[in-house]
Design a protein around this ligand. Structure first.
Ligand code: EPU
Length: 319
């Protein structure tokens, strides 16, 4: 979605779980790395990948079980995430509406524990099935096994090792709208889930550039999580800096605010730039390469570190 020119030595498409073992064998026989792409919306592609890139296209949407006050739905890893969210709502199963409009596939969602508008995948996650590319065994991962945290999981910590085939989500029978996030908090409390979904999509569209028009990979950096010493120092120097409590007791800062304060918002550096709508989104204005994007990312990291003493971590993986 960043629109970078990139070529792999070999390509493949995975439409069934049975496609995976022969693909792993072939990669092993050729001595080449194998990497899976879903929607390609959270990667920065180098011009050349000397290996096999396989597109995940395993389909499937299935209601597995309705009991214990929740419904389990199993989704194929190749399903488009937003279409899967719409499908759950069409089936009267709310719970994913705050995660509507996120680009990419179902299989990619657990890799970085996607999150938006006060909800993270972990909140609705039940289990997933993945192939271990090291020994070819199929494994089921529970929520605990995935070790999810903010934009993190066991899969992100071991890039390429596990190939997600399907994801099972748990949607509660008793639904409560989650309207705490700015942009949703003016909605009435008796709202229906489809209207919440439409509002989330409208808020996203107003803030984030559409990659079909201007290449981008969504948020380019994590919101940094800092300890109390750093948080207190920054709160004194910059009381207007948005801060949120992090699940681990530390403080999460707004990366967009830090980047905007360094003057990058809307700035153009040749073919690459920072969106004028959202300072956290690095964009390709046309003709940028991985080197242009990475050079700009390096500039942003250096400027934020020099001014605020906080080191930003890149969100999309460099492949
Ligand atoms: N802000 C600025 N300048 C900007 C944009 C935002 O100063 O140009 C400040 C505002 O004060 C705002 C605050 O930053 O209140 C937070 O902005 P926003 O609500 O847009 O959220 P974010 O923290 O920048 C995160 C996710 C997004 C997700 C939104 C909404 C990360 C890295 N990003 O962004 O996820 O859509 O919250 O929940 O956590 C993505 O991961 O690709 C992504 C788009």
């Amino acid at each position: 979605t960043l629109g970078l020119p990139a070529r792999a030595r070999f390509g493949a498409t995975i439409t069934r779980p049975d496609d995976l073992p022969p693909l792993l064998d072939q990669a092993g026989a050729l001595g080449l790395p194998l990497r899976i792409l879903g929607g390609g919306s959270n990667v920065v592609l180098r011009p050349r990948f000397d290996g096999i890139i396989a597109l995940m296209a395993i389909a499937g949407r299935e209601i597995l079980d309705r009991s214990h006050g929740r419904t389990l739905v199993r989704l194929g890893a190749g399903e488009n995430w937003h279409e899967a969210v719409e499908w759950t709502l069409q089936n009267g199963l709310p719970g994913l509406e705050n995660l509507a409009g996120i680009p990419g596939t179902v299989g990619a969602a657990p890799i970085q524990n996607i999150g938006a508008y006060g909800c993270e995948l972990v909140d609705r996650f039940h289990a997933l099935v993945a192939l271990d590319s090291q020994d070819g065994t199929q494994r089921t991962f529970t929520r605990v096994d995935c070790d999810f945290s903010y934009r993190q999981s066991v899969f992100k910590r071991m890039p390429g090792r596990f190939i997600v085939q399907s994801v099972t989500l748990s949607l509660p029978d008793v639904w409560q709208p989650n309207l705490g996030y700015p942009g949703l908090n003016s909605l009435p409390g008796d709202i229906d889930p489809v209207t919440v979904m439409r509002t989330v999509v409208a808020v996203r569209n107003s803030k984030l550039p559409d990659w079909r028009q201007t290449g981008n990979a969504g948020s380019f950096f994590h919101n940094p999580i800092v300890d109390s010493v750093v948080a207190d120092r920054l709160a004194t120097d910059y009381p207007e800096l948005p801060r949120y409590p992090s699940a681990d007791g530390r403080t999460k800062l707004s990366a967009a605010w830090l980047i905007e304060r360094c003057g990058f918002k809307g700035q153009r550096f040749g073919t690459a730039g920072v969106s004028d709508r959202h300072a956290l989104v690095v964009v390709n204005h046309g003709g940028a390469t991985e080197a242009d994007i990475s050079a700009l990312a390096g500039r942003i990291v250096a400027a934020v570190e020099a001014r605020f003493g906080v080191r930003l971590v890149q969100e999309p993986e460099l492949l």
